[in-house]
Design a protein around this ligand. Structure first.
Ligand code: KG4
Ligand code: ZN
Length: 336
């Protein structure tokens, strides 16, 4: 089966064609980063308008790269949530129009399940069940992934998401947007032990990242002199280390508590080089197999949506032409 997938939940307009939920025939991602970086974060109203502009060219490019036309597509998968409602509606409306005009089956996909499914496009893939850490700009959640559509919530952030903590720190230090990418790069030449940032809630599987952000704010306020450029690498390396420590420790604990020898790390923050290497190291130490998609499959893309779409379509799921977007849609509420 060849599935055309469309993803417009945030600030990336994406389309992909994936064969049999495994082989990426094309994956096109048009980023709006340049537009939103002026404002230091995603402006929802601008994001929706940009999606309207880009969605058809992005889909045409995906079909062209796959050397296919709409008639040869077997089904359409589209992200229906969670995400920015105006952005989601653009992808959803276009997906429904294509499904209607071409009489193709349509399925709505949960964006977070898409992030988890990205692991099945990697060279090394886990078998269910496994513990999944989903770390993105809006979510930081640990699940026990028992199967597609079958996720048990083990822990989640009580305030900011890890990606948000990166983005807010970068904004505070005037490093640009999205913060995770910049901090990842600058931290490479810094000392992660130069400063100590809090690692809260050690005994819980829930997360909290607002404290580490406040600690950075207090650090910048307490200083007598402005921060010089040369100091940035140590600051961001120490900040990153606090976030990485907590993510690794709690995910590994969740695996141990559930007697689970497999862990998948997915979502935009899973592109972080320090997080990736620390997870691999800890996995080896604790005899837990760690799976992380390549960075392009960690950040938002439509190929991951196609994997879930393939699975749902193969099981006979069809969504009607009344399919709507949902801004909040926890994975553990998916219906089997
Ligand atoms: O999954 P994603 O692309 O979009 C959402 O669903 O939110 O994640 C975006 C988040 C942003 O907060 C961004 O700063 C973070 O992922 N991110 C990173 C890196 N690349 C993207 N964070 C840390 N290191 C990176 N290399
Ligand atoms: Zn995402």
């Amino acid at each position: 089966m060849k599935v055309l997938a469309i993803e417009t939940s945030c600030d990336e307009t994406a389309a992909a064609v994936v064969r049999d939920g495994r082989e990426v025939l094309s994956s096109v991602v048009s980023s709006q980063v340049d537009i939103h970086s002026k404002y230091g974060g995603v402006v929802p109203e601008i994001a929706s308008r940009k999606h309207v502009e880009s969605i058809i060219p992005v889909i045409l490019q995906a079909l062209d790269n796959a050397r296919l036309d709409l008639d040869s597509i077997d089904g359409i998968a589209v992200t229906r949530g969670p995400g920015l409602i105006g952005s989601l509606l653009v992808g959803l409306s276009v997906a429904k129009s294509i499904a209607f005009a071409k009489k193709k089956p349509l399925v709505g996909v949960n964006h977070l399940e898409g992030h988890v499914a990205a692991i099945f496009l990697s060279d090394r893939t886990p078998v269910f069940p496994f513990v999944a850490l989903v770390v993105s700009g809006g979510h930081t959640i640990v699940y026990l992934a028992r199967d597609f559509q079958d996720f048990v919530l083990l822990g989640q952030t009580r305030d900011d998401a890890a990606g948000e903590a990166f983005d807010k720190a970068a904004k505070l230090l005037n490093l640009g947007y999205p913060g995770g990418v910049v901090i990842d790069r600058l931290a490479k030449s810094g000392n992660p032990e130069a400063l100590t940032f809090p690692r809260p809630m050690r005994d819980s599987l829930d997360f909290s990242f607002s404290g580490v952000k406040t600690a950075l704010l207090n650090y910048t306020r307490k200083r007598e002199k402005p921060i010089e450029e040369g100091e940035i690498p140590d600051i961001v390396a120490s900040y990153q280390e606090a976030i990485v420590d907590v993510l690794v420790e709690k995910t590994m604990r969740a695996a141990a508590l559930n007697d689970m020898p497999r862990v998948a790390v997915v979502g935009g923050v899973a592109a972080n080089s320090r997080l990736r290497s620390r997870f691999m190291e800890e996995g080896q130490k604790r005899a837990i197999e760690v799976f992380i998609p390549p960075p392009v499959l960690c950040t938002d893309n439509a190929a991951m949506i196609a994997v879930v779409g393939e699975h749902l379509l193969a099981r006979g799921r069809r969504d009607g032409h009344d399919l709507n977007a949902v801004s909040r849609w926890p994975l553990e509420t998916l219906l089997k």
